[in-house]
Structure formats: C-alpha cells, structure tokens
Write a protein that binds this ligand. Structure first.
Ligand code: ATP
Ligand code: MG
Length: 556
C-alpha cells in the first residue's frame, strides 16, 4: 500500500488509508500536536511534529497546534513562545488553528457533570494514599471506595463545591466509576479531576479543580474533531480509558488514539523534566545550549530544519521502542550542508609559519573554490603573504608513518597557493614551537600549470589579515550509555563536552552573522553562534567531517 507521496506506508498511514476506504470521518484527516507548555521542545517532539503535520499535509487534512495546559504553571508564556517558534522553524504551519486546552475547562466541567448524571463518575473523599492503596496491583483486584455509591445529587453537589473552593487540595477527587477489578489497572476508577489551589496562567484563579490528562485529552481531541490522535506507546494501556471517556460524547464521530514508539537517541536525554534540571542546575548555558537535544539547542548548534526533517523521515514510524544512533542525526546535517555550506579557511589551533623567501610587507590574492562539490558556488579571493597560520596538528617535527603534512625537509602545498619546503623549527625557551620557517617555490602557484605533485595539502590563514575567532568545540553532553556507572543521568555528564579554542580565520569571516554555516577544511561543519558580533566572532562546531563515533563503535 502507498501513502499520498507514493511511498510505502507506515502503520499509521495504513490505518488512515483503511479509514478513508471505509469512508470513516468522511475521509477527513485531522491531527494535532499537543505539547504541554512546561519546557522547550526536544528532538523527540520533532518526530511527533513531523509525523502529525506530515500526515495533515500528505492527506490534505489539517493539523492543530494545541497547548495541553491542564496543569497550572507560571512559566507558560516563555514555553508557549518557544514552542511556536520551534514548530515554525521546523517548517510547519498551523495557520489559525492554535488552541489551548484551558479554553475548554467549562466544556470539560459540563461533560464531567454529564458523566455524574449518568452514574459514571463519583466524588471520592479518600486521601490520595488511600486511593493508591486500594487500587490493587497486577495480581490483586482493587477494592471499591466507601464513597462509590453516592447518589447523583450528592455527587453533583460535592463536585460543584469542589469547584467553588470549599475543599483543600487532596480532600476530594472526582473518579470515573468503571471497574475496580479490571485487569487493566488504568481502568480501576481513575481520577478525572483533582483539587489544586493554584493560579493558572490563562485562567487565573477561576479554577481550583483541574482535569487529569486521561480525561482532558480525549475531550480536547473530541472538541477539535480530531480524527487520528497520535501519541507515544506508554499511552497504549490508557486507550480503553480514552474510549471510555468519549462513550457519552454527543458526536457520533469519535477520534481514535494511535500509539507509536517514542524517539530515543544515544548520548541524549529526552525528557523535559531532566532537561530542565540541566538548565536549573546551570550545567548548561540554557535551554538553547548547543549541547542540548532541544530544538532550540540544535538550531543554535547549527542544525537546519531540513536536516531534522530528513532525520525524522529516515527513522520512520514504528510500534516498537528502539534507540537511534546519534550518528544518524550527524549524518543528516552533513548531508544537508555538504552542498550548501561554503568551505572557508580557519585554523583552530594556530602555529605561525614564516615564508622566509617571500617579500616582507607584501600580500597577494589567490583564488580558491567556495565548494569543490558545488561549482555553482563559485570562487573567492583569499590573501596570501609571508606569515601564515597553519593547524598545529598539521606539523610534526618527527613524523609518524604516513604523515604527509608539514615536516622538516619535506614539501607540502598550501591550499590554493604555493608549494613550500619546511626548513626549520624555531622553539621557545620551554621547548614549545615559536614558529616554523619555510621557503616557497614561486613557480608553483596553484592554477599556474605547475606539474609538480606533493602528497599533502594544508589549509592556512594569512597572518596580517587574519580574523580572531572564538571556536567552541562541542562533544556529547552525556557519556555513551555503555559507560554509565549508575542510573542517575546527572552523574554521566561528559566533562569535555565544551572546549573553547582561539582560532584564526580568513578575512571573509569578518562579515559573518549568527546562523551562517561553513565547512572548515578538514575540521568539520561550523555555524556562527548567537553570541557572535563583528568584534568578537564565535563559531560552534556542529559536527566533524568524519563519522568517527560510528567507526569507533564498529572497531570496539
Ligand atoms: P517529556 O517527557 O519530554 O516532557 P511529554 O510526552 O510529556 O515529553 P508533551 O509536551 O506532552 O511531552 O508531548 C507533546 C507530544 O510530543 C506528545 O504527543 C508526545 O507523545 C510527543 N513526544 C514527546 N516525547 C517524544 C519522543 N521522545 N518521541 C516522539 N514523540 C514524543
Ligand atoms: Mg509531559
């Protein structure tokens, strides 16, 4: 079977195709992305966004952005704004269909009264502990609450009093009257409403009772006339309750819940609660720290919307939980930037090279390609002169085998410029390298038709015109799971997840703006950080060029 894009269907598309064939929902497809505004979105949410908005787009249906704000919280505004920005940035549009679950509180309350009238809900005076204790477990049925058989009138009155603020938090709850012996513990008279004397950002102090997710979510879906309510696997056991809640909903067309496997990625934690801990404990610079798996973190790190959408496409939609290798995400950004990002010369760990036979005080322009893999990107002029910087690791005084870069007595080519012979190393008193002396062959200029071949080509930056750059080299925030010593993720932080270097770049970097992408020759893909200004350029390494981690895995 195929989806509207003529691709093989995933299991959700198969369900939709079947529904459409049967004429269910009048062939409508209406999905929603329902974040709780209690933190910033992460890459796991990106999977859900791509899935829900993707279905809406592919089936010419609709997708709502719905804030599931049934929990009173203060910080909501910042989170709402960030969620809107992230969904837009990923390339999806909810048009005018932005909703807040809290706007439905009146309807939810009225529907709960409806359930009471039908004898399907009751007010329970038991404490939260008692309710927990009497729920039973896998092998043991629960026991009925002594308040289970209150009259409809009494229940209606008590529920109203709960709403009016007559009771303290935890004094009473509204429960569904289902079956305390159900093999599915979720169905053992679940709580529908609880008392919480807390201010809600949108409804203020209008309410002191708030609906539980299991009651609120199906009602939200039904109000919005959602057809396919996609959620993650842990809600599978809640599905009978989802359907139970909607049994008395007046529409005959009811949304259906469909569960898929949540995204897990190696070296990443994917829970807003944990991510918030990292932020609050100042273990990262904020929700958008480039090491965070948040969408804003990935954006700041230099990931593009295209690369994240491609990633979500490649991982697919399945019903079984799995962990995706972070190397796949890195592969996707390399793929996206390969043709787009100009290759500019930057030296991360500079050492000075003096070309002793090059005229003092003189520079010349040499021509280099902007992207050898994409001719359309053209060429640019780069200054070359007597003093240049090269990468420290591109020089070895005593070379190891197969070292074809700079070493005394050998020639190398300077990218786009000349062949130079390394003559001498000048050291500081402490034995460290002060500078390297070379001589160049004036006949060997690139493009001059010089036939002589040398094994190594180095990138370089002319010293007098070089731009200083702060370069932030990122590594995984967390150690790989195999190296975890305990379950506490806070103990698994990689101490080397950020290394700051002071590099040199060619003059073209002078005009860079936050969000510009580059490939630094041999060093990887980089993006200009949000902190960057013309006076203080800051670059983030997005990812190295080679898939070193996956390679190491294979070896290990
Ligand atoms: P978290 O535990 O990180 O707070 P959540 O599920 O509580 O996640 P919500 O804001 O309620 O976060 O999620 C909004 C939507 O995103 C839900 O439909 C949820 O199923 C989906 N979602 C959340 N995490 C993932 C994930 N790792 N993979 C796929 N979908 C996810
Ligand atoms: Mg949540």
């Amino acid at each position: 079977m195929e989806n509207p894009n003529n691709e093989t269907v995933n299991f959700i598309e198969a369900i939709i195709n079947k529904d459409n064939e049967a004429g269910k929902y009048g062939k409508r497809v209406h999905t929603r992305f329902p974040p709780e505004p209690n933190g910033y979105l992460h890459i796991g949410h990106a999977k859900s966004i791509c899935l829900n908005f993707g279905l809406g787009n592919d089936y010419k249906g609709l997708t709502n952005l719905r804030f599931d704000d049934t929990n009173p919280s203060k910080e909501e505004v910042e989170y709402v704004k960030s969620i809107e920005a992230d969904v837009k940035w990923l390339g999806f549009d909810w048009e005018d269909r932005e909703y807040f679950a809290s706007d439905y509180f009146d309807t939810m309350y009225a529907y709960a009264q409806e359930l009471i009238k039908k004898g399907k809900a009751y007010v329970d005076d038991q404490t939260p502990e008692q309710i927990k204790e009497t729920r039973g477990d896998f092998g043991t049925p629960g026991t009925n609450s002594p308040f289970r058989d209150r009259s409809v009138e009494e229940n209606l009155r008590l529920f109203e009093e709960m709403k009016e603020g007559k009771y303290k938090d935890g004094e009473k709850v509204l429960r569904a009257k289902i079956d305390m012996a159900s093999p599915n513990i979720v169905m053992r008279d679940p709580v529908l409403y609880r008392i919480m004397h807390a201010e809600h950002h949108r409804t203020g102090d209008k309410w002191c009772i708030y609906p539980m997710y299991d009651f609120a979510h199906p009602v939200e879906d039904a109000i919005e006339r959602i057809t396919h309510s996609v959620c993650t696997l842990e809600f599978e056991v809640h599905r009978p309750l989802y359907n139970w809640v909607l049994e008395d909903w007046p529409d005959t067309e009811k949304p259906q819940q469909i569960e898929f496997a949540r995204l897990n990625v190696t070296n990443m934690v994917m829970s807003k609660r944990k991510l918030r801990q990292l932020v609050e404990l100042n273990l990262v610079s904020g929700w958008d720290d480039p090491r965070m798996p948040t969408i804003s973190g990935l954006r700041r790190r230099g990931y593009t919307p295209e690369s994240i959408r491609d990633f979500c496409q490649r991982i697919g939609v399945a019903k079984a939980d799995s962990v995706v290798d972070i190397a796949l995400l890195e592969f996707c950004i390399r793929e996206d930037l390969k043709m787009k990002a100009p290759r500019q010369m930057a030296v991360i760990n500079p050492v000075k090279v003096v070309i002793t036979n090059y005229p003092e005080g003189q520079t010349e322009m040499v021509t280099v390609e902007n992207n050898p893999e994409n001719e359309a990107m053209g060429t640019r002029e780069v200054p070359f002169g007597r003093e240049i910087y090269i990468e420290q690791e591109d020089f070895m005084e005593v070379p190891v085998k197969k070292f074809f870069r700079m070493t005394p007595g050998k020639e190398v080519r300077l990218k786009g410029a000349y062949i130079v012979m390394c003559d001498e190393v000048i050291k500081n008193e402490d034995g460290s390298i002060k500078e390297i002396h070379c001589t160049y062959d004036p006949e060997s200029r690139s493009g001059s038709g010089c036939q002589r071949k040398v094994k190594g080509t180095l990138h370089w930056v002319e010293a007098s015109t070089a731009v200083d750059m702060e370069i932030r080299l990122y590594d995984y925030l967390l150690k790989p799971e195999e190296e975890w010593e305990s379950k506490d993720f806070l103990e698994q932080l990689n101490p080397n997840s950020l290394v700051v270097m002071h590099g040199k770049g060619e003059p073209a970097f002078k005009t860079t703006k936050p969000g510009d992408h580059f490939q630094f020759l041999r060093q990887g893909y980089f993006v200009t950080d949000l902190d960057s200004t013309p006076d203080h350029i800051v670059m983030n390494r997005i990812v190295g060029l080679r898939d070193s981690w996956a390679k190491a895995q294979k070896k290990g």
